[in-house]
Write a protein of this length. Structure first.
Length: 376
């Protein structure tokens, strides 16, 4: 039996090997979307990514017969533990061949790294990993027959067995809902209810002002950190993190799909809807330059899907049907742009208000994701 060795990523060459090993796992899988390598390197760059101002991480690879057969990241996030009064470490960037021994050794390596730092439990994949809850998150457990939408995860089905066999248990499930324009726009009742809620509250909805981008970011931060604060696992963006994320997303956003809800001039809600650029990324094999960037801007109008990444109303204006009004506005604007399907994701399994909102929009629960945890 060949021995499996675990080695730490120490160099740029190692990092390239770490990232590129995913291509072995998904070879021939028609639903896999290769990650944009430029983007992943930026995420993992401790000098440039402000996540690492309050976090630390090491990367490990499993080697068998001279071949890399798996990888994992061990992550500490002091901000998460400070916010939640937890003592939890995380793992992310997990990829592995269908080899339980290799998976076990990778999990052991991450667990050992976290144990040395005094943590009580290990949570992942994601959580906050890849590298945080504000990035890609959790393991796909249902919905393997469709490519992932932008910034959502995808993995082989056997990963569930690798985690279950190691002793991981479910911590929380996340849901993704498919929203079809025709199901909404043909429902007179939905349109009427949303319009009544909006008129009653005297709420206006407007797109982002790109010429006042920095001022708009302050409003995003206010709504995001206030509306999501009660959610399980939520970690607020630091100022540096939100500015870093906005800088990355700015070239990709469609201003007509980034919306602010206002009452009496006060921002009370926000929606970030992104065209599903995975439609393009699927065909550039991880290479943004030189031709990937060209495809990004010449083919963006052909994208048939969007992802509702953020839709939030601050607590004092919730439960008034205003989220339905925002969904309706999104659908109308998406339809005008030639986008006919949307994914509302991700939504916590016990976030009843958001689940009701998706149901009101005739959303179909079509994918599920799971966050796992194990004591250390």
């Amino acid at each position: 039996m060949s021995e499996i060795k675990i080695r730490k990523v120490e160099s740029k060459k190692d990092l390239n090997t770490f990232l590129k090993m995913a291509w072995k796992i998904y070879e021939g899988d028609p639903n896999w979307v290769p990650p944009v390598l430029y983007d992943k390197k930026n995420i993992l760059n401790k000098e440039k990514n402000p996540f690492f101002k309050h976090a630390d991480m090491d990367l490990f690879m499993a080697e068998k017969n001279g071949e890399i057969v798996g990888r994992i990241a061990a992550i500490s996030n002091s901000l998460h533990n400070e916010v939640h009064k937890d003592n939890i470490g995380f793992f992310g960037f997990f990829e592995c061949m269908n080899d339980q021994e290799a998976a076990n050794k990778l999990f052991d390596a991450a667990k050992s790294w976290l144990k040395e730092r005094g943590f009580d439990a290990m949570r992942g994949p994601g959580g906050p990993a890849n590298p945080s809850v504000n990035d890609e998150y959790a393991l796909l457990i249902e919905g393997f027959d469709d490519p992932p939408r932008i910034m959502m995860t995808y993995n082989p089905k056997y990963y569930m067995d690798l985690l279950d066999n190691y002793g991981f248990a479910k911590a929380k499930d996340l849901y993704a809902y498919k929203i079809s324009n025709d199901k909404i726009l043909k429902s007179e009742k939905l349109i009427r209810v949303a319009d009544i809620a909006q008129r009653r509250a005297k709420m206006t909805i407007r797109p982002i002002k790109m010429n006042k981008f920095h001022e708009e970011l302050e409003k995003v931060k206010y709504v995001y950190n206030k509306a999501w604060q009660p959610n399980w696992g939520f970690v607020p963006f630091t100022d540096e993190e939100i500015e870093h994320a906005a800088k990355d997303l700015k070239p990709l956003v469609d201003p007509n799909l980034v919306l602010f809800a206002e009452i009496d001039g006060k921002t009370i809600g926000f929606a970030l809807v992104m065209p599903d650029y995975n439609f393009i990324f699927k065909n550039i094999d991880g290479k943004l330059f030189p031709f990937g960037i060209l495809k990004l801007f010449t083919q963006r109008k052909k994208i048939p899907w969007a992802r509702i990444i953020i839709l939030g109303i601050i607590p004092e204006y919730q439960k008034r049907g205003l989220d339905a009004s925002m969904y309706m506005e999104i659908v109308r604007r998406a339809e005008a742009r030639g986008i006919y399907y949307g994914e509302a994701s991700w939504i916590l399994e016990d976030n009843e208000m958001m689940k009701r909102g998706a149901a009101v929009m005739n959303g179909e629960l079509y994918k599920k994701y799971r966050i796992y945890e194990i004591p250390i």
